[in-house]
Each structure stands twice: as C-alpha cells, then as structure tokens.
Design a protein around this ligand. Structure first.
Ligand code: SF4
Ligand code: ZN
Length: 263
C-alpha cells in the first residue's frame, strides 16, 4: 500500500479505528526516514459530537508530534451537516448519504493541502464487508470495483487511497486502542442509527457470533469477486464536472448535485 518515501495523510476522525491506525503508522513510519505522516480531519459540523472528536484527535496528534490539517463542511460548502440535515428533511436520503459524498471530497481537499501522496483511512474488515453488501442492496454492484482496499486513479486530482486495516476486525482495532490506552471518542454519531449500515453491522455481528470466521470468509469471497469484476470491466473514464471541474463519472458531480439541492 505504501512506498518508502510516501507522505501519508491519515484520515483521523477521533474515533477508535482512526486513532489506532494513526498510532500504528506513526510507529512504523519512524523506520522510514524519507516518509512522513500527517493527520487530516474533517469537521462535518455535527453539534455536540464532532467538536469532542476533533479535540481528542488534536490531543493525539500533539502527543505523537504529527501535524494535523482540519477542513470543515462549513468552509468548503457553506453549510454544516446539521444545516444540510435540516434542509433535506423528508427527502428520503439519510444524513450519511450526504455526509459520505461531501466527506470524500473534503478529505481530498485536505490531502492536497497536506501535499500528501496517499490518504490512509481506518476502514476495518467489518466496514469492507458492510460496504460490499450495501453496494448490492443499493443496486450499485459496479461500485464494488472502486471500493476496494487500494484505490488509485489515473486522474492526478484524486489522491490515491489505501485502507491498511482492511483485514483487521473492528473489535481488534478497538482492543488495540484499549490495550495501548489511546484516548478516543466513544460516543457514536447521532445520525448513525438512521443508516442501513448500522442494521448490517448488527446482523453481521450476530452471524459471526453464531458462525465464527464467517466475516473473513465473506471478505475473501469479496476479494475474488472484485478481482473477477476488475478484469472484466474497463476502468470508468473520469471527466471534469461541468460546474466545479472536479473528476466525476457523470456530467455533474455528486457534490454539485447535493449543493444544487440545498439552494
Ligand atoms: Fe457522517 Fe453518517 Fe458517519 Fe455520522 S455516521 S459521521 S452522518 S457518515
Ligand atoms: Zn462538481
């Protein structure tokens, strides 16, 4: 996933997974003098939740002597997530649907500010299998090709993304944080309960309890499916969004579609 001289931007939210990843990468990175590490944090603007997470993320960065670059939805898009949720109530989409699209763009902006070669996110094996199933349930199976643990685009505007925890269970990542005494935010996002992902997490955990190892088996199957799909499907050609110029698969990017909806 990494080169010896990469400048790595770790996406740090302040939660257990991202802080465990930051601590582990900071330890490994010391052996590679030509590489460097920084943290990028997105403030979505979720009152009573994100403020605490950002404070905890900043404390960890300070302790590890890692630079932290923070960007916010408000400064980039003009709205906080709370304002977006208020404006889009009754429109059928969950807060996470907006948050996910806007955060992906915000992370890319932060990575560019940080001059990073790679963005490392703390998606665990649990996240990966949930995402796979969500792509199926949302009727978007082609996305499976693009949501793997390593994403590199030919487009220089998109910083490559890697997921070093893709084979680590969520409960192992939390265990690491506890064992190492890492301080992280324990409170879940107030909007998380509305997401289908949450139901998926509960069901997959139940299955794993009854049939130990089933998560790994599913992950291995997904890898094979992705490999087959990648060899069969041509890489989607990205073009520039007619409004903002950012890379997109359609004429207008998802971010601009959301912003138009909010006006
Ligand atoms: Fe955003 Fe949903 Fe995650 Fe909350 S749970 S931070 S709304 S993606
Ligand atoms: Zn756009």
């Amino acid at each position: 996933m990494f080169q010896f001289d990469d400048r790595i931007a770790v996406a740090v939210s302040g939660g257990k997974d991202s802080l465990s990843l930051l601590h582990i990468l900071s330890k490994i990175e010391k052996d590679f003098p030509k590489s460097s590490l920084c943290a990028i944090t997105v403030d979505e603007g979720i009152e009573g939740y994100r403020d605490e997470a950002i404070r905890i993320a900043a404390e960890n960065c300070e302790m590890l002597k890692i630079d932290q670059i923070t960007v916010s939805f408000k400064e980039i898009y003009g709205y906080t997530l709370d304002e977006i949720v208020e404006k889009t109530r009754n429109k059928g989409l969950t807060p996470c649907a907006y948050c996910g699209v806007l955060r992906r763009r915000a992370l890319n902006i932060a990575a560019k500010k940080a001059n990073a070669d790679k963005i490392a996110t703390a998606h665990t094996l649990d996240d990966e299998i949930q995402t796979f199933l969500l792509n199926l349930f949302h009727g978007d199976p082609l996305r499976i090709v693009r949501s793997g643990p390593k994403f590199t685009s030919e487009n220089p505007q998109l910083t490559p993304r890697v997921k070093p925890f893709c084979e680590v269970l969520e409960r192992e990542s939390v265990l690491y944080a506890y064992v190492k005494g890492i301080k992280f935010q324990e409170m879940p996002c107030p909007y998380a309960g509305e997401a289908l992902r949450n139901d998926m997490r509960i069901h997959l955990n139940r299955l794993e309890e009854k049939h130990p190892g089933i998560k790994y088996t599913l992950y291995r199957s997904i890898e094979k499916i992705r490999e087959l799909m990648t060899s069969q499907i041509e890489e989607t050609q990205l073009r520039s969004c007619r409004i903002c110029g950012e890379p997109t698969t359609s004429e207008i990017c998802q971010v601009c579609k959301i912003l138009a909806e909010l006006e």
